[in-house]
Design a protein around this ligand. Sequence first.
Ligand SMILES: [Zn+2]
Length: 67
Amino acid sequence: MECERCHATMLEEAFEDIWADSWTTRFLGWRCLVCGNILDPVILANRSGPSRDPRNGVRRRHNARSL
Ligand SMILES: [Zn+2]
């Protein structure tokens, strides 16, 4: 995956979306090593379809390599 901003290499990373106390989604996205740009499946899906704002939640970065 190449960053669309600076064209540097992006790292695959695990993220967590916490929408409510009991509702957590884990997914894989990409983070740019240089500019910190983040791409995730939600962003990619929103680009191809009509702009539909999902529920607002707290997005917490989770580094898979720290496990
Ligand atoms: Zn970048």
